[in-house]
Design a protein around this ligand. Structure first.
Ligand code: HAM
Length: 415
């Protein structure tokens, strides 16, 4: 028996209406982002493993469990990109983009890879649309990127969207807060679930995600990172909020918002859709002021986001885009007319019309049925008496010169 191959677990093929919906999403993102000055960037599918392990963070789930890492023929350790911010930061440094006026604004639509347990909305190969604004610490940049993602989700009719917002402060603030939270957890250790106890030293923030009620009761009284912010950090956050309040976007402050990547500083945000079930995060991001310096570039503040393409489409109530109209179907009664039919189809297509030609050896009856199926406005039938042109709307049919077919199509479109 021959093996029937299937797409690998957590991956999928994109066909028909699914492909059309993605193209529509890409066009929408391109329109919204280019209006705000973003230029498209494409980076390689794989990068040096270290680029991700150093920036996303050695202790994160992505680096610990989810990366597709391999050694190439030259013995280099490479990783299929699990996210897009580190590659964009690498490209920014590599191409000296700091010489361009700040902020440098870049957007992408690419595929990413994470070895996760697949379920609805969570895949091993997925796509993101992302935007990064590099080179400015102005709180208006944070607000602008949030507004752009909100606009994209609205334009795509994503249902039941909520925005959560927080500030993580700088790494030194976080260090201080972490120590404070650790002592609080130690003081309440008896009430904590065993898996939370074990992680006090490694990742105390995870305690906020615990599902059991005893840990949740302890955490409701735990110190909050936002209360540990310095006055500069507070001012930055207040300015982001002030700018957002000048728009009609509503948001909730969520001081427990943690993102699964280590490079964030100050503002972080996440858009969720209640239409999505367990994997409700439709897009998120924040500021990452230390990332470019960490990769060997100059001191360069930056902010951005990425949104999951599959999740946007799952949560969208927009109808799938219809395929474009077909202007002409070229049929023939006998194979001797095939070349003439081919010539006409090519000429009318070159003139900018949408044309299908018989390519599957159907009978004339079958060809006319097919022309009806694709919804063609006209059918040109090559036969012994020349070319008959049938108007499928009115049912009228007349013999015409082949060069007049174009005229009839254009005339019908002008009406
Ligand atoms: P992230 O939150 O890890 O952030 O991913 C962004 C979005 O990608 C998520 O909100 C989700 O919609 C989608 N996503 C993530 N993992 C999967 C998966 N396994 N299957 C399907 N969709 C998924 C980042 O990646 C950051 N680079 C965002 C960023 C840009 N921050 C600053 N700039």
């Amino acid at each position: 028996m021959t093996t029937r191959y299937q797409a690998p677990k957590g991956t999928f093929d994109i066909l028909g209406a699914g492909a059309a919906a993605r193209s529509e999403l890409e066009r929408t993102a391109q329109t919204i982002l280019s209006r705000a000055g973003y230029e498209r960037i494409q980076t390689p599918t794989f990068e040096a493993t270290e680029l991700f392990s150093r920036t996303v963070g050695e202790a994160t789930d992505i680096v610990q469990k989810e990366m597709y890492t391999f050694e190439d023929g030259g013995g280099r350790s490479l990783t299929l990109r699990p996210e897009g911010t580190a590659p964009v930061a690498r490209a920014y440094i590599e191409h000296g983009l700091h010489k361009q006026p700040a902020p440098v604004k870049l957007w992408y639509h690419e595929n990413f890879f994470r070895f996760e347990a697949p379920q609805a909305g969570r895949y091993r190969e997925f796509s993101q649309i992302g935007a990064e604004a590099i080179g400015s610490d102005d709180p208006a940049v944070d607000a602008e990127v949030i507004v752009l993602l909100s606009e994209l989700l609205e334009a795509m009719s994503v249902k039941d969207v909520r925005l959560r917002l927080s500030s993580l402060g700088t790494p030194s603030t976080r260090e201080r807060y972490r120590a404070q939270l650790q002592s609080y957890l130690e003081a309440n250790i008896d009430a904590l679930a065993p898996h939370v106890r074990e992680r006090i030293a490694l990742n105390p923030l995870r305690a906020f995600d615990a599902g059991d009620s005893a840990t949740q009761a302890v955490m409701s009284g735990a110190p909050r990172l936002m209360d540990s912010l310095t006055s500069d950090e507070r001012d930055h956050f207040a300015s982001v909020r002030e700018a957002l309040e000048a728009t009609d976007i509503s948001y909730e402050i969520d001081s427990t918002l943690v993102r699964g990547l280590d490079y964030y500083t100050l503002t972080v945000f996440e858009f969720t859709s209640d239409a999505l079930g367990a994997q409700s995060g439709v897009g998120g991001g924040g500021r990452y002021d230390g990332l470019i310096e960490q990769l060997g570039g100059g001191e360069t503040p930056a902010a951005g986001w990425a949104a999951g393409v599959e999740r946007i489409l799952l949560a969208s109530s927009a109808a799938a885009p219809a395929s474009g109209p077909v202007d002409l179907y070229v049929a023939y009664t006998d194979v001797q007319y095939r070349v003439a039919a081919f010539q006409l189809a090519t000429a009318v297509r070159t003139a900018g019309h949408s044309v299908r030609m018989e390519l599957a050896g159907r009978s004339l009856k079958g060809q006319l049925k097919q022309a009806g199926k694709v919804g063609s406005r006209f059918v040109a039938i090559f036969g012994d008496e020349g070319v008959s042109l049938k108007d499928m709307d009115s049912g009228d049919q007349q013999v015409v010169k082949p060069e007049m077919v174009m005229h009839w199509i254009s005339r019908s479109q002008a009406l």
